[in-house]
Design a protein around this ligand. Sequence first.
Ligand SMILES: Cc1ncc(COP(=O)(O)O)c(C=O)c1O
Length: 451
Amino acid sequence: MKERYEKPVISRINAGIPDKFGMSSRIRQVSSINNVPVQQIVEQYGSPCFVISEQTIRNTYKDAYRAFSTRYPKVQFAWSYKTNYLDAVCQVFHNEGSWAEVVSIFEYEKALANGVPGNRILFNGPEKSADDLIKAVQNGSYIHIDHFDELYTLIGITQNADKTAKVAIRINMDTGVYPKWDRFGFNLENGEAWNAITRIMMQDKMELVGLHTHIGTYMMTPDPYGVAAAKMSKLMIDIENRFNHTLTYIDLGGGFASKNTLKGAYLPGKDTCPSFDQYADAITNAIISSGIDIDKLPTLFLETGRALIDDAGYLIGSVKANKRLSDGRKSLVIDIGVNNLFTSFWYNHDIFPAFTESKVLEDTTIYGPLCMNIDIIREAILFPPLEPGDNVVIERIGAYNMTQWLQFITLRPNIVLIDTKGQMHLIRKQETIDTFKAQEQYPEHLKPKEI
Ligand SMILES: Cc1ncc(COP(=O)(O)O)c(C=O)c1O
């Protein structure tokens, strides 16, 4: 094959910011995902295209489950729907044994449609309507009450209901992480949590079954989980002593970091991210040593999101143009914008060429295709010269992008799942103009005239 011509580049040598690992002169190329060539994926499903590896989800889940279940006898994961609620993805988690954790009636109905029984759904979130709560009570779901108004609505509903509501309260507390995550739930230190617990214990048609907390997200150290688990266990013991009532579970929410690198971080996320074993140590040590009777140990629920799915997601794109900025800096325009890669607002995502022969890396800014100044995928990355049409692969994008994406300027692309045998399956079709036509309508007087 004839080698591709590369324009020579003259670049001023400057010391740059010292990096512990020295200056890299090579970039990894990602020419396949789970042995399926990137080129084949693009030929079949276009560019950009999201790709999900079923094998990676299963491996990551198994690793997390092993870390907790080898340290603690009763562990139950509940898949955090908002992190990625593609039906096929949810099914992989349910298939591995996960319950569902939802934060809206839309997610709740998605979980039911995915075949999750009502009594395996944890219903979180600050906005549940009276109708949502009635449905959850009827289905025997676990309702995690967020605030007093929700509590009073639920009390009103259950007073006339034939079924007892299974409830937990969401607790917020000082875990040593600041600013405190106190927007959701009842505060432990100021007595709000006890107020709510006592009101629930006075109800005939409400059973307090658990305690829930979600202490933050992308928690870079396991220590706050140890603090939270100790405080939740102590609260459980105090409830037992005061009301002679044993709770069946403690839910530590989500928040484990993924291996992505936060903007401004000195070291790459894959080097700083605690392992599942470290999180499991912090949490289970605190519960085991709390003094709870071993025959009354609560089930430990985990609503881990990003740490279970980030690694399984890829976004393939294509180079659209090369540009030099006015100061001589190199830039690339690709067909992946921040509308499809929402997490690029807080992560420096790893981006790789699908193919390169070049041994020259140049400091490059990577822009998306949107006609908006904010559409920057990487402000600065050492990248080889690529030509329009060449493919790039962005790794670790499985969490939050396929739920927080924006329909803005361009349409959402295809999503493909590669199964454990290496077969590709289209799991969400790309949007077309008809997707939008189906939703919009003209008032009679604004209907387009036939030309
Ligand atoms: C209640 C609750 N549980 C679980 C999660 C998942 O969090 P993460 O993706 O950080 O693990 C979230 C995310 O914000 C949440 O609010």
